[in-house]
Design a binder for this molecule. Structure first.
Ligand SMILES: Cc1cc2nc3c(=O)[nH]c(=O)nc-3n(C[C@H](O)[C@H](O)[C@H](O)COP(=O)(O)OP(=O)(O)OC[C@H]3O[C@@H](n4cnc5c(N)ncnc54)[C@H](O)[C@@H]3O)c2cc1C
Ligand code: SF4
Length: 496
C-alpha cells in the first residue's frame, strides 16, 4: 500500500519515498509472477484511504479476510496504533526477520545489566552467531575490535570507485514522476536517484561493495571528503532496512572476503561491527525503552533547528557539503551525520525532537528504530550516556584532521575568536562550559575539562561571547514538529 500519510508524517526525502514505492511495485510484480494474488494500492487510486491501517482494513473487508498479518513495524507510533486498534478485524504482528536478534533475546541480554555497552553486546552476538569466530571460539584475527586501525584521515590521492549505476526502468520512472508530483515540496531532489529497487540490484550493490570498497572501508571509515559522498562506504543501509538484503548474507560476504584474502581484518571487522553490533544494538535499545526514550532531554537542549539544515545556505563548508550531499542523494555517511551535522546541533543545543525529525526525514535508510537512538542518544547525549559513554563533541580541529573541507571554507579553522573564526571552536568550549555539571565528572572528559579549567577567564569570556553572537546570528526553523512538519521547512526554504 502506498499511503500518503506515511510519506508525510515527517517530510521524507522524495528519493526515500520513490525507493520504497518502486521496490514495493517491483516486489508485487515478482510475487504475481510466482503465482500469488496481490492487491496493490497505488497512491493515486481513487478509493485509497491514504492511511495504513484504514486502507488495510478496507481491503480486508473487500476480500473478506479473517485477519490481517503484518510484519512488526519499525516505529513505535505504528506499533501502538496497531495494538490499540479496535476494529471489526484482528491484527497479528509477525516477527521481523530482517535482524539477527529478536526483542526477547535482546531483553534477556540486557536483563540485570547496569550499563549497556555496544561492545559487550557485539561480542555476545559474535559468539551467538559464530560470525568472525574461529573454530576454537576465539575472535578471528586474534582481537575483537580493530577500531584503532580505522581512523585514517582523508589521503591526498583518492581512487574512489563509483557506485553501480542502476538504470531506471518504466516502473521506477513512473514512481519518480508520481513522487515529484505529490511530494515535490519536501527537502531533497530526485535527479540523482540511484538506489537498488529489486533484490537483484541490491545484490549487485553488495558485490560491488565487497570487491571494490571493502578493502579500504576500514582505513577511511572516519574520513570525510568534499567531493565524494560515499567514499568507501557500502550504501547498503537502505536495502538492509527495507529488506532487499539480509544482514546475515551481508556479514557473511564480508567475512568470506577476509578468508579469500581480498580484504584485511580491520576492514572486515569494522564493517561487520556496524551491522552485527551497532544496527542490532540500537534496535534493541529502542524497543526496550520506548516510548520514554523519545522524551529524554538530559542536557535540556531547547533550541530550534537552524534553518540552513533545510536549505544548505551556510558559509560553513563542512555543513554545506553534508547538507548538499543529503539533498542530492538522501545520504551522508556516518561521520558526516555524527561529527558534522550532529556535532553542530549538539554544540548549539538543538532540542532532540527538532533534530530527530530532520534525520528521520532526510535519509534513505531512516526509520525511527535506528534514527532515534543514533540522534537522541549517540549525537545529542540526551539519554545521559545510556547509549554512548561520552558525547561526540568536537571542535573544528577534528573536522580539519579528517576532511579536506577547511581549506575551502570562508572560516579559519585555526581561529576561535573573530569574524572569520571557525564557529565550531567557540561553540565547542561554550558547550563544555554550559554542561560542566553533567559532564566534568565523566572520566573520558577529564582531559578536556582540564584544558577548560586552565583557560584564563578573559579567554573563556571571549569564547562565550563569540559563541553567543554566532547563535544569535542564526535563523531558526520555527514551529517544526509533528502536524506542522512542513511549516519550518517551507519558511526556511523561502528565507533561503
Ligand atoms: C544522527 C545519526 C542518524 C542515523 N540515522 C540512521 C537511520 O535512520 N538509519 C540507518 O540505517 N542508520 C542511521 N545511522 C547510522 C549510519 O550513519 C548509517 O547506517 C550509515 O551511514 C548508512 O550508510 P552505509 O550503508 O554506507 O553504511 P556503512 O558505513 O557502509 O556501514 C554498514 C552498515 O552498518 C549499519 N550501521 C552503521 N552504523 C550504524 C549505526 N550507528 N546504527 C545502525 N546501523 C549502523 C548500516 O546498516 C550500514 O549500512 C545514523 C547515524 C547517525 C549518527
Ligand atoms: S573551518 Fe570550521 S566551519 Fe569551515 S569547514 Fe572547517 S570545521 Fe567546518
Amino acid at each position: 500500500m502506498e499511503v500518503g500519510q506515511e510519506g508525510r508524517y515527517v517530510p521524507h526525502h522524495p528519493q526515500k519515498i520513490a525507493f520504497l514505492f518502486s521496490a514495493m511495485r517491483h516486489f508485487a510484480g515478482e510475487l504475481e509472477k510466482k503465482g500469488f494474488r496481490v492487491h496493490y494500492s497505488h497512491l493515486d487510486d481513487k478509493d485509497n484511504c491514504q492511511d495504513l491501517l484504514e486502507e488495510a482494513e478496507r481491503l480486508a473487508g473487500r476480500y473478506r479476510c479473517d485477519d490481517i498479518r503484518v510484519t512488526a513495524p519499525g516505529e513505535w507510533r505504528l506499533a501502538e496504533r496497531i495494538r490499540k486498534r479496535r476494529g471489526t478485524i484482528s491484527w497479528h504482528r509477525v516477527a521481523d526477520d530482517r535482524f539477527f536478534c529478536s526483542f526477547d533475546a535482546f531483553a534477556e541480554w540486557a536483563d540485570g545489566r547496569q550499563r549497556f555497552r555496544m561492545e559487550h553486546f557485539y561480542r555476545w552476538m559474535r559468539r551467538e552467531t559464530g560470525i568472525l569466530m574461529d573454530d576454537d571460539g576465539e575472535p578471528l584475527g586474534g582481537k575483537w575490535n580493530f577500531d584503532h586501525d580505522n581512523r585514517e584521515p582523508l589521503p591526498k590521492q583518492l581512487d574512489v570507485p563509483c557506485p553501480v549505476e542502476h538504470r531506471a526502468d518504466d516502473i521506477t520512472r513512473e514512481v519518480i514522476e508520481l513522487v515529484g508530483t505529490h511530494f515535490g515540496e519536501h527537502f531533497g531532489n530526485l535527479e540523482h536517484f540511484n538506489w537498488p529497487v529489486t533484490r537483484r540490484q541490491a545484490l549487485s550493490d553488495l558485490r560491488h561493495f565487497i570487491e571494490r570498497c571493502l578493502p579500504r572501508f576500514g582505513d577511511y571509515q572516519d574520513a570525510i571528503s568534499d567531493d565524494h559522498a560515499f567514499l568507501y562506504h557500502s550504501r547498503l543501509s537502505g536495502a538492509l532496512n527495507a529488506g532487499l538484503l539480509r544482514p546475515r548474507e551481508v556479514c557473511e560476504a564480508a567475512e568470506q572476503a577476509y578468508h579469500d584474502g581480498s580484504a584485511p581484518i580491520n576492514a572486515v571487522e569494522g564493517f561487520i561491527r556496524q551491522i552485527l553490533g551497532w544496527r542490532e544494538f540500537v534496535r534493541g535499545i529502542y524497543w526496550l525503552n520506548m516510548p520514554d526514550y523519545k522524551r529524554e532531554n538530559r542536557l535540556e537542549a531547547d533550541r530550534d533547528l537552524p534553518a540552513f539544515y533545510w536549505s544548505g545556505n551556510t558559509d560553513m563548508r563542512c555543513m554545506r557539503r553534508a547538507i548538499e550531499m543529503t539533498r542530492n542523494h538522501a545520504y551522508a555517511h556516518h561521520i558526516q551525520r555524527l561529527m558534522v551535522t550532529g556535532n553542530f546541533a549538539l554544540l548549539c543545543g538543538v532540542k532532540p525532537e527538532a533534530l530527530c525529525d530532520w534525520y528521520l526525514s532526510v535519509y534513505i535508510d531512516a526509520y525511527e528504530w535506528v534514527e532515534l537512538p543514533n540522534t537522541l542518544g549517540m549525537v545529542l547525549y540526551a539519554d545521559g550516556g545510556y547509549l554512548g559513554s561520552k558525547p561526540y563533541c568536537a571542535s573544528g580541529k577534528y573536522i580539519d584532521r579528517m576532511s579536506d573541507h577547511c581549506r575551502q571554507c570562508r572560516y579559519d579553522v585555526k581561529k576561535s575568536i573573530g569574524e572569520d573564526a571557525c564557529p565550531f571552536n567557540s561553540l565547542y568550549w561554550y558547550f563544555l562550559e554550559r554542561h560542566e555539571k553533567q559532564l566534568a565528572g565523566n572520566q573520558r572528559m577529564k582531559l578536556i575539562y582540564g584544558s577548560l579549567h586552565k583557560m584564563k577567564d578573559d579567554k573563556r569570556k571571549a569564547l562565550r561571547e563569540q559563541a553567543q553572537d554566532f547563535l544569535d546570528s542564526l535563523e531558526y526553523a520555527p514551529a517544526y514538529g509533528r502536524g506542522e512538519h512542513l511549516q519550518g521547512y517551507r519558511r526556511a526554504k523561502t528565507a533561503g
